[in-house]
Write a protein that binds this ligand. Structure first.
Ligand SMILES: [Zn+2]
Length: 427
């Protein structure tokens, strides 16, 4: 992942862009973009994707592509395999102390600082870390007052270090590092591979929700590699409330990484003032935001939705919130054929994961099995947007093909990340 050769040949120029069209850009004051221009000012098309990483191991952890091997006795977010079914291990990780960066500034949760190539502030900046909320993996604590740390770079669009969601390591003054014990009652995991949010309480997986993380895209005038949600280990910070951008309302936003927030799936207002989720809600379960995490408003069978999270989380309550990277090579497991599912035999349109669902509170469902899902009469049923049952096998296979080892599930992002390696080589 980190060792291939940058193939960009042109200098990256920074030019101002038009105002953003969606919610998440609201939090950033200065908006810039990158395009590649040749000597005459003509735009150069982006290069083809770089060669994929050679996977040396098959256990995927957040530090999977790290150059720094897991040390004996090292535990926590960075070393835990991304397996949501191991509830005990996930809970221990969510309760483990987090090392954050605190430079002592007021309103520090909106500020960022840099990681340096050498233990020296005049050396090259190699990564960006968000203060107070973002956790770092401490690799080495030195006697000269510096520490070597690793994290996914929190590069947003106005950044000087364009390491878009790349796992980076660099030096930071040890005096900025602070260990924090997270909230003991609640912890949350988002997996970018499954596009699901997992709520943990009292040592158990309480509920699974549909969510959407960021989608890298071409929006008509610019590529947006900074849309890719930055993975990592975070603390939930201030409850911001409603973000409004263009016509999109994003209710119950909670900041966790500078301009990245968790919030309810956006809506627009109908002429009569009512909320309309028609253009956004059906995309839950797939990447589509500008970096924020969109969360379902429909209640799961356990009664969980964004409102529940908003009510549980107090500003400053230090709830740990982790995001699992969708490393190429990861795969979604196909459920066992005897996994129970439910439906309403009286003209029901959906299949459900629970015998009770808030989409049809008064209806008694009948059980069937996952193995029967592609047979009549179940083959016509759609995935319930409340209880979020498993994807159909063909849908899982489609995801797994995109993420197959040796492939590249996001060639656009890979090509846009190439500029970072060029930057390292040239400096
Ligand atoms: Zn349902």
């Amino acid at each position: 992942m980190k060792r291939w050769i940058a193939i960009l040949t042109a200098a990256a120029l920074v030019v101002p862009a038009a105002a953003p069209a969606e919610e998440d850009d609201l939090m950033i004051e200065e908006i810039v973009e990158n395009v590649l221009l040749d000597d005459t000012g003509e735009e150069i098309p982006l290069p083809a994707a770089a060669p994929a990483a050679q996977a040396a191991v098959t256990v995927f952890t957040p530090s999977y592509a790290s150059a720094w091997p897991i040390r004996e006795g090292e535990t926590g977010y960075w070393t835990l395999p991304m397996d949501i079914t191991d509830e005990t291990a996930v809970w221990e990780m969510l309760m483990a102390p987090i090392t954050v960066v605190d430079t002592g500034k007021d309103s520090g949760e909106k500020t960022q600082t840099y990681l340096y190539r050498e233990p020296d502030e005049s050396s090259l900046k190699v990564g960006v870390v968000t203060c107070e909320s973002q956790g770092v993996r401490v690799l080495e604590t030195r006697e000269d007052g510096w520490s070597l740390v690793e994290c996914y770079s929190s590069s947003f669009h106005a950044t000087k270090v364009e390491a878009w969601n790349l796992l980076v390591s660099g030096y930071i003054p040890t005096k900025y590092l602070k260990q924090v014990s997270p909230n003991p009652d609640l912890g949350i995991v988002v997996d970018k591979l499954t596009q699901r949010m997992y709520i943990f309480q009292d040592g158990k997986l309480l509920s699974t929700l549909l969510c959407s993380t960021g989608l890298v895209m071409w929006n008509g005038s610019k590529y947006q590699p900074y849309n890719e949600t930055r993975s990592g280990e975070f603390l939930l910070m201030s409850k911001v409330g409603t973000l409004i951008s263009d016509r999109l309302y994003c209710d119950m936003a909670i900041r966790f990484n500078s301009g990245d927030m968790m919030h309810e799936v956006p809506h627009v207002k109908n002429a009569d003032g009512t909320k309309n989720y028609g253009s956004t809600e059906y995309k839950l379960g797939t990447k589509c935001s500008h970096g924020c995490i969109r969360v379902q408003r429909n209640k799961t069978p356990e009664g969980i939705n964004m409102s529940w999270i908003w009510n549980q989380v107090k500003s400053g309550s230090k709830v740990k919130f982790v995001i699992w990277e969708d490393w190429q090579g990861r795969q979604i497991a196909v459920p066992d054929a005897d996994t129970p599912l439910y439906y309403n035999p009286n003209k029901g349109n959906y299949y459900h994961r629970s015998s009770f669902c808030y989409s049809a509170k008064a209806i008694t469902f009948q059980p069937f099995t996952y193995g029967e899902l592609d047979q009549e009469p179940f083959s016509k049923l759609k995935q319930c947007p409340f209880c979020g049952p498993p994807l159909r096998e063909a849908e899982i296979q489609a995801v797994n093909e995109r993420y197959a080892e040796g492939g590249d599930h996001d060639e656009l992002l890979t090509s846009l990340q190439a500029g970072y390696y060029e930057y390292l080589q040239q400096n």
